[in-house]
Design a protein around this ligand. Structure first.
Ligand code: THU
Length: 159
């Protein structure tokens, strides 16, 4: 038996001004994207902004449904739209912002497991690290790739 440890490296910012102008613009887009949230059941508004390699920013927001499992997270609405409309353009960075009843969470909302799995698939498809920015009111975290959020990713089937 061997005991192992995983180290996750990421950047933490206490204000948007500490970030590069490119990242600040994407954070702003994620905050704007929250306006598209349809969340009458949870009252939790999530916005996602996905920067593609061609410079296009695709926005997504969570869409809920009275049949709860029929809804979809913000991250996946953005990624699936990008995958459908720009199938050959790699994903550069995904920014995500979550608000509870209209108030941006102090500590950033973190993507669910299903969204992480979808991020991992597109990252592998495009062969380029997908950077992820999680936006909170007092704290912003930036991860260099999906593996930092989802170690031991399921990707073992040959595509
Ligand atoms: N939600 C997202 O949009 N992204 C996540 O990664 C986690 C949760 C949404 C789903 C639902 O509409 C609401 O937040 C509350 O769970």
């Amino acid at each position: 038996m061997a005991e192992k440890t995983i180290v996750i490296q990421y950047e933490e910012f206490s204000s948007r001004e500490e970030m590069s102008p490119k990242d600040q613009a994407l954070v702003e887009a994620a905050l704007q994207a929250q306006k598209g949230s349809y969340s009458p059941y949870s009252h939790f508004q999530v916005g996602a902004a996905l920067l593609l390699n061609n410079g296009v920013v695709v926005k997504g927001a969570n869409q809920e449904n009275i049949a709860y499992p029929s809804g979809l997270c913000a991250e996946r609405t953005a990624m699936f739209w990008a995958g459908a409309n720009y199938p050959d353009v790699p994903f550069d960075t995904l920014a995500v912002a979550g608000s509870d009843n209209g108030a941006l969470c102090d500590s950033p909302a973190s993507p669910c497991g299903a969204c992480r799995q979808v991020m991992a698939e597109y990252e592998k498809k495009h062969g380029q690290p997908l950077k992820i920015i999680l936006v909170g009111d007092r704290l912003i975290r930036k991860f260099p790739c999906v593996e930092a959020l989802l170690p031991f990713i399921f990707d073992s089937l040959d595509m």
